[in-house]
Design a protein around this ligand. Structure first.
Ligand code: COA
Length: 385
């Protein structure tokens, strides 16, 4: 896919998941279900739930910081930050801007990307293309979700599936072949009603009625989504392998969106792949939407299942409907050379400084605003004049 001889390599990766685990048994105490039903139908055993002080942006920040540290890249060197999320902190500003501010990534553009569970691969593909054209040289691509805040904890058909977390990669331009070799982005909006949160946007803004009708939580037609997901995953994986000039024999590991073990197993059979070539960690985190692929990638790397020179296929599918895949050639050895202690201290200091500077800027803006207001007051003729 490279143009100008530039390739977008993954040079850093990081993940963050909240500490609190919610097991199937705990869900079985909330709705009419069982650990056995959930485990056999979905493969999920537990998921993480964000604490009150955590949100999509705070988790994205933690994953992004970890990825930058592995890449040994200072936040100021970033050209672009993309946060893929279906559950952003606000409609606006973008969660990516919150991350940019807290990182102190002063030279980076930042935006959120809405493509549900395919969002991370969409972001990876777009950032890689920007690097290949020479428009930018570095990018931080994050998938982050706080789905627990949009789950209807009384609906057993959906509440068993989702979890919270974030994963990130740093992309950097290099002249040697590798990195993102090919990608495909697809959509079919006619399937929009299969998986949606009906209210809270401009079509049905929040109102007492939308609240009373429970329209701010995830609604899903599970069977239809299942059928779409298996086909989409297999098709997209085939496309990117072919586009990259590879065969599946040359692919070391497929890292699919972790929605359901049965979806992954069905697609694995459709692609005639041996099980060990397909990564799965859905049992620990459930479906974390856009975060699931980068979280799985991090764990696969740290388990030693990804080696320099390996070809990987990342493949996602989700609401929209959307689906996407990318073929990636890995370049960085694991374990990475540990950073000297002084470097770690420097990273910590950098973080603290970025937070402080963000605070000063906010306070400064308020003081400036107040001064302007006072100035205006003084300059204005009074009512008696
Ligand atoms: N515990 C016990 N029973 C449950 C249940 C639960 N958590 N959820 C549903 N059931 C029941 C249903 O009420 C239904 O009972 P009925 O036949 O008496 O009406 C029965 O199980 C079968 O329901 P169905 O929805 O057809 O089950 P399923 O085999 O399709 O499994 C999903 C449901 C959600 C696990 C499955 O459809 C799925 O994983 N779909 C894909 C969802 C997904 O991945 N979405 C995100 C994509 S990014």
């Amino acid at each position: 896919m490279a143009r100008n001889g530039r390739y977008a390599h993954i040079v850093g990766w990081g993940m963050y998941v909240p500490a609190h685990r919610r097991t199937n048994d705990e869900i079985a105490a909330m709705v009419d279900t069982s650990d056995e039903w959930i485990a056999t139908r979905t493969g999920i055993k537990e998921r993480r739930i964000a604490a009150e002080h955590e949100s999509t942006a705070t988790m994205a920040l933690r994953a992004g910081e970890a990825a930058l540290e592995i890449a040994s890249l200072a936040p100021e060197a970033l050209d672009l930050i993309i946060v893929a999320s279906a559950t952003p902190d606000y409609l606006f500003p973008a969660s990516a801007c919150i991350v940019q501010d807290k990182l102190g990534a002063d030279h980076a553009g930042a935006f959120d990307l809405s493509a549900a569970c395919s969002g991370f691969v969409y972001g990876l593909s777009l950032a890689a293309q920007a690097i290949e054209t020479g428009a930018i040289d570095t990018a931080l691509v994050i998938g982050s979700e706080t789905l627990s805040r949009f789950v209807d904890w009384k609906d057993r058909k959906t509440c068993i599936l989702f979890g919270d977390g974030a994963g990130a990669v740093v992309l950097a331009g290099r002249n040697q072949r590798g990195g993102v070799l090919s990608s495909t982005l697809r959509s079919d909006g006619s399937g929009g009603e299969l998986l949606l949160v009906p209210a809270g946007g401009s079509r049905h803004p929040a109102s007492l009625e939308t609240l009373a009708n429970n329209q701010h939580t995830i609604k899903m037609l599970g069977r239809e989504v299942f059928r779409f997901a298996t086909r989409a995953m297999a098709d997209a994986a085939r496309v990117v392998v072919e586009k990259a000039g590879l065969t599946f024999d040359e692919v070391a590991l497929v890292i699919p969106h972790q929605a359901n073990s049965r979806i992954i197993e069905t697609a694995t059979r459709m692609l005639r792949l041996p099980e060990e070539k397909v990564y799965m960690n859905v049992e620990r985190y459930g479906n974390t939407s856009s975060a699931s692929i980068p979280i799985a990638l991090c764990e696969a790397v740290e388990e030693g299942r990804v080696q320099p020179g390996d070809n990987l296929v990342l493949v996602g599918f989700g609401a929209g409907l959307t689906w996407a895949a990318a073929a990636v050639q890995w370049a960085v050895p694991w374990p990475v050379v540990p950073q000297p202690p002084q470097q770690r201290v420097l990273w910590r200091a950098r973080r603290v400084f970025a937070r402080l500077r963000s605070g000063w800027r906010r306070v400064g803006r308020r003081i400036w605003g107040a001064l302007r207001w006072l100035q205006g007051k003084r300059g204005q003729p009074s009512a008696e004049e």
